[in-house]
Design a protein around this ligand. Structure first.
Ligand code: PLP
Length: 396
C-alpha cells in the first residue's frame, strides 16, 4: 500500500469521521463487563443517550448495526401477520420493508418517487380508511440516506392522532440522530431506531431502540419470536447499569465521549451547524448548474445532499476520479438511483473548512472527470457560510 499524505476525506453519509477524543476514549484496555468500573460507565451512557433522543424513557443499546435495531423494533412490538404501513422514501425504507416481510409481517407501501420525504396527509388518509384498525404500525425513515430527504415526523404523529388510529409509530433516525432536530417524546414516537456510525461520530457497531410507554406495553402481547433482541431482560439488567450479554465495552467508552462532545457544543448548535452545511452545499450544487435529488425544499436534509448527474454522465466514474485524485470518498447512488446520483455527507464531526475542502474536491473532480458544470460552487457555499455567521454575530 502506498502512503497518501494528509487525511482521507470520508464524506459518505456514514460511517462518518470519528473525532480524536472519541478514538482516544475507545483506546482503553477491555474491561470486565460485570465489574464496578463497567457499571458506572453503563449507567452513564444509558442515562446520557436518552438526552440525545430527547426522551425520558429507556433506550436499549445493542452491539449491532442499525439493521439489528430495525429488527428489534418490530419483533418487540408486533405479532406474526400484523400489517405495517410503510412509506417508500427510498432504498432504506425498501430494505426495512423487506426485513419486516421476512419476519412474517404483512406490509403495505405508500409509493414515493425517491425525491420527497413521507407525505403525512397520505398516511393520515390511509389510516382514516382503516376503520377496522388492521394496521398495527406506521414505519417511517426520518432522514432517507439514499436520497437526502427528511420526513416530517411530528406531522405524521399528528396525522395518526387526527385519524384516531391506535397504530404504533416506528421511526428510523439512523442518519439523523445527533445531526437533525429529533424529539422522541415531544413528537410522540413509539420506537426510535438509531445507529452509532453517523451523527454520533462513533465507528459502526452500536444501535438503539428508544421506546415509549405504549411500545413497552405492546411488548407484553407482541407474538413475534425474539431472544437476542428482547427488551424485557435487557431493561431489567440496565436498571443496574449492566447488560444481559457482553456489550461492546470499548464502543461504550466512545459513546460516553461522543455524548459529552454533543453537549459541549449544544444540541441546538449541532442541529444549526448541519442545517448551515446543508444550505451551503445546495448553494454549491445550484452554482455548478446541477440538481439536488430532493425536490421539496422543506424536506432538504442537513446531513447529506444527493446530487443528480447530468444526462449521459455516470456518478460512479466521477466518484472514482475524486477518490483517485483527491482521496475523498463520496456516497454512491443505491439501487434505483445507482450511478445516477452521488451523495455528499456533511454530518458528524464536520466544520466549515471540512465543508469547503469537500466541495473543493467535488468541484475539481467535476472538472477533471469532464462533467459539464459552471465553476463557482465553492464561492457560493462560502457566501452562505458567511451570511450564517453574520446573522449569528448580529444575534450575539
Ligand atoms: N437506515 C438508514 C436510514 C441508514 O442510513 C442505514 C445505513 O446506512 C440503515 C438503516 C442500515 O443500517 P446499518 O447499515 O447500520 O445496518
Amino acid at each position: 500500500m502506498t502512503h497518501k499524505a494528509g487525511r482521507h476525506f470520508l464524506q459518505i453519509p456514514g460511517p462518518t469521521n470519528v473525532p480524536d477524543r472519541v478514538l482516544r476514549a475507545i483506546d482503553m484496555p477491555t474491561m470486565d463487563h460485570r465489574g464496578p468500573e463497567f457499571q458506572a460507565l453503563g449507567k452513564r451512557v444509558l442515562a446520557g443517550i436518552r438526552t440525545i433522543f430527547q426522551t425520558k424513557n429507556p433506550v436499549i443499546i445493542y452491539p449491532a448495526s442499525g439493521t439489528g435495531a430495525w429488527e428489534a423494533a418490530l419483533v418487540n412490538t408486533l405479532s406474526p401477520g400484523d400489517l405495517c404501513l410503510m412509506y417508500e422514501t427510498g432504498h432504506f425504507a425498501s430494505l426495512w420493508k423487506k426485513l419486516a416481510e421476512r419476519l412474517g409481517l404483512r406490509t403495505e407501501f405508500i409509493a414515493g418517487d425517491w425525491r420527497h420525504g413521507a407525505d403525512a396527509a397520505a398516511i393520515g388518509a390511509r389510516l382514516q380508511a382503516d376503520t377496522a384498525h388492521e394496521i398495527k404500525a406506521v414505519c417511517v425513515v426520518h432522514n432517507e440516506t439514499s436520497t437526502g430527504c427528511v420526513s416530517p415526523i411530528k406531522a405524521v404523529r399528528d396525522a395518526i392522532d387526527a385519524a384516531g388510529h391506535p397504530a404504533l409509530l416506528l421511526v428510523d433516525t439512523i442518519s439523523s440522530l445527533g445531526s437533525l432536530d429529533y424529539r422522541h417524546d415531544a413528537w410522540g414516537v413509539d420506537v426510535t431506531i438509531g445507529g452509532s456510525q453517523k451523527g454520533l461520530m462513533l465507528p459502526p457497531g452500536l444501535s438503539f431502540n428508544a421506546v415509549s410507554d405504549k411500545a413497552l406495553a405492546a411488548q407484553e402481547t407482541a407474538g413475534l419470536p425474539r431472544s437476542y433482541w428482547a427488551w424485557d431482560e435487557m431493561l431489567a439488567a440496565n436498571e443496574n447499569g449492566f447488560f444481559t450479554y457482553t456489550p461492546a465495552t470499548n464502543l461504550l467508552y466512545g459513546l460516553d465521549a461522543a455524548i459529552d462532545l454533543l453537549h459541549e457544543e449544544g444540541l441546538e448548535q449541532v442541529f444549526a451547524r448541519h442545517q448551515r452545511h446543508g444550505a451551503a452545499t445546495r448553494a454549491a450544487v445550484e452554482a455548478w448548474g446541477l440538481e439536488v435529488l430532493c425536490a421539496e425544499p422543506s424536506h432538504h436534509s442537513g446531513s447529506l445532499t444527493a446530487v443528480m448527474m447530468p444526462e449521459g454522465k455516470g456518478a460512479d466514474a466521477l466518484r472514482h476520479t475524486i477518490l483517485q485524485r483527491f482521496d475523498m470518498s463520496l456516497g454512491a447512488g443505491l439501487s434505483k438511483v445507482a450511478d445516477k446520483i452521488f451523495r455528499i455527507g456533511h454530518l458528524g464531526d464536520f466544520n466549515d473548512l471540512t465543508l469547503i475542502g469537500t466541495l473543493g474536491g467535488v468541484e475539481m473532480g467535476l472538472k477533471s472527470a469532464g462533467v459539464k458544470h459552471r465553476s463557482g460552487g465553492v464561492e457560493a457555499a462560502m457566501a452562505v457560510l458567511e451570511a450564517g455567521h453574520a446573522a449569528e454575530n448580529r444575534q450575539a
